[in-house]
Design a protein around this ligand. Structure first.
Ligand SMILES: [Zn+2]
Length: 637
């Protein structure tokens, strides 16, 4: 067959059939995805939407079609043109392969994302997952065993085969139909083209006219925000001023060591005599205080660490990381002659630009080898060696990060005391409903890992107790919590503010000083103001906490306490946050528009039950947040 380079010559019949069957193939996908997304509307509402159910279902169905059309329609249009110019069998084969692989890739992305979203409440394109995938230690971070990879390989093969068969069936049916009824086959092609084009154009409609009150459902749709653009205020920072003027370099009069221990995914309700006997023992010590209600400032590792090392809320993380700003509390300690040291079994170097937090330490090491729990043992051994060998004429600050309770929860075999415990290598894509059946066994892995971490902390405490000289100030807490389907999800990645995810234990030992007994609520940001209150003499030389921190000293009586917990990257690429006081948790969302504004989505009590709170109180809290938010950073749209 002679090839043609002009469009005036009609394409050969086989090319026409090929293009028609490609349209039919895309059209069938549009219908299937519309049905699937419409059917799953209820699953997309982790954050409640207020729009009527029918319009939410329409939104989901249209979005499903639009996803297919965005992949399929441009491919078939381009393929049709290429086939006009090069109507050769190899060109048909190439285009057929591209079409099948694109749709297989889309199916796998949607399928895996559905599983991940049902399980963890986050999408494959969320900053949290993107950061994990970009990381060289991704395997260590995700803890996906061989069973999961095998399941994914089998699934990919089945999907590619099924897509190939579907395209072949379209092709055969159209060829048969054209022989019997040429007009019907042309109509079918046109119907598929129109459907795909409407779906393609609908992406623009979804972009320009997102349904009001459908935010919760939009959060559930893979790629909605990243493909269709942000519908919320996208903040930028203009300027960072930190610490505030008036903050002077002091000389601390009490040269007591300071030890901060951060434990991965440590839930507040898991500090007890059975699970963490050493920590529980510490809470019985007269110089130690256990916070009745302590909140990490976020639900992810780097933000919890940031709050602990800086005494600042997580909305400062992005500007501070970009501008490589060192924590003022560590500068104060260094200027007062302290040696600053740290060790971590969790990766902070190279993780989501977290290096700036640990760079100011004089000595810092990470122990990231396998099996993961050995890192905790090495971290504690390193700490003991440091305390033994450091220059005794100087006081020290020690930051330790223990990682065994990170999913999928690690411990040596002899610590498997809570049974049955899930096998370490299970298929993470078992599906939410099937995986949840193993809830207790997975939770038991977590309990065992806490037993192990507590054992290592006990070893450290015993060692510190035996050291001569001033007893250290010790703070032991968690970077965030961990959910075990308490509210339908596993883990801590989703920006939900249930207590299981954000409430962590705090044991704070302040020798020769006492936490004010009226404190019912505390946050990581209160640690440094309290530490400096203990270390500073009767003539305070450190500037007031408001010049370098978002917290307040726990030695002082509480003044209208309110703590903040933010979603990852709030308010830059995440609209969700939460304000907590003694009685209320105010769940917030950015309003959208071109100025900074947040609005409450619901108010719950301390036990996460929805309540009605006075509007004036909610507004006053929000106003206070808006003022605090710009204390060190000037925001601009
Ligand atoms: Zn963490």
């Amino acid at each position: 067959m002679a090839s043609t380079h002009t469009s005036s010559v009609p394409p050969p019949e086989s090319t026409t059939i090929c293009v028609c069957s490609a349209w039919l193939y895309v059209g069938i996908h549009c219908v299937l995805y519309a049905l699937w997304f419409g059917y799953r509307t209820d699953h997309f509402t982790h954050q409640t939407g207020t729009a009527p159910a029918l319009s939410l279902t329409m939104l989901c169905a249209t979005y499903g079609m639009a996803l297919v059309a965005a992949v399929g329609a441009p491919t078939v249009w381009t393929g049709g043109l290429l086939l006009r110019w090069h109507p050769t069998p190899w060109m048909r084969r190439v285009l057929t392969t591209v079409l099948v692989l694109l749709h297989a890739a889309l199916f796998l992305a949607v399928f895996i994302d559905t599983r991940v979203y049902d399980l963890l409440g986050v999408h494959l394109d969320s900053p949290w997952i993107r950061e994990s995938l970009n990381n060289e230690h991704v395997a260590r971070e995700m803890q996906l065993g061989s069973a999961t990879w095998q399941a994914v390989s089998v699934l990919a093969s089945v999907v590619i085969l099924s897509e190939t068969i579907l395209l072949w069936v379209c092709h055969r049916s159209l060829r048969t139909l054209q022989k019997r009824s040429p007009t019907t086959s042309v109509r079918l092609k046109h119907a598929a083209m129109v459907l795909a084009t409407i779906a393609f154009v609908a992406t623009a409609w979804l972009r320009v006219l997102p349904p009001q009150g459908a935010e919760g459902v939009r959060d559930g749709l893979l790629g909605y925000e990243s493909i269709l653009g942000p519908h919320t205020f996208e903040a930028q920072w203009k300027q960072v001023q930190y610490p505030l003027k008036g903050s002077v370099s002091p000389t601390l009069s009490v040269r007591r060591p300071v030890v901060f221990v951060l434990v991965e995914s440590f839930r507040a309700d898991h500090l007890n005599k059975d699970l963490t006997p050493n920590l529980w023992q510490l809470t019985q010590d007269a110089s130690c205080w256990q916070s009745p209600r302590h909140y990490s400032t976020a639900h992810t590792t780097e933000l919890g660490t940031f709050a602990m090392l800086y005494g600042l809320y997580p909305y400062h993380y992005k500007p501070f990381s970009s501008e490589q700003i060192a924590p003022q509390p560590l500068t104060v300690l260094r200027d007062s002659g302290y040696t600053l040291a740290g060790a971590s079994a969790s990766q902070l170097r190279g993780w989501n630009q977290a290096d700036f937090m640990v760079d100011p330490l004089d000595h810092y090491v990470e122990f990231l080898q396998k099996p993961a729990y050995t890192g905790d043992a090495k971290t504690i051994d390193w700490a003991k060696q440091f305390v033994t060998q450091h220059d005794k004429s100087k006081p020290y600050f020690l930051f330790l990060f223990l990682n065994a309770p990170h999913h999928n929860y690690h411990y040596p075999p002899e610590f498997e005391r809570f049974t049955p415990a899930m096998d370490a290598d299970y298929d993470h894509f078992l599906g939410d409903d099937k995986l949840e059946k193993h809830r207790e066994a997975i939770h038991n892995r977590y309990r065992n890992s806490l037993l192990y971490v507590d054992d290592r902390i006990g070893d450290l405490l015993q060692f510190l107790d035996a050291q001569p000289g001033l007893k250290p100030i010790v703070a032991i807490t968690g970077d965030h919590g961990e959910e075990f389907w308490d509210h339908g999800l596993l883990g801590h990645g989703a920006s939900h503010f249930n207590n299981e995810r954000i409430q962590v234990p705090l044991v704070l030992c302040t020798p020769d000083a006492t936490v004010h007994p009226d404190h019912q609520l505390s946050s990581h940001v209160d640690l440094w103001p309290t530490v400096f209150d203990v270390l500073d003499g009767p003539q305070p030389s450190v500037s007031p906490p408001s010049t370098y921190s978002d917290g307040a000293s726990l030695l002082m009586p509480p003044l209208d306490p309110m703590v903040f917990v933010g979603g990852t990257t709030f308010p830059y690429a995440n609209p969700l946050a939460c304000l907590i006081d003694n009685d209320n948790k105010i769940w917030l969302r950015l309003c959208g528009g071109d100025a900074f504004c947040v609005r409450p989505t619901k108010v719950t009590n301390a036990n996460d039950e929805v309540i009605l709170a006075p509007t004036e109180l909610v507004n006053a809290r929000i106003q206070r947040l808006e003022t605090n938010l710009q204390r060190f950073v000037t925001l601009t749209p």
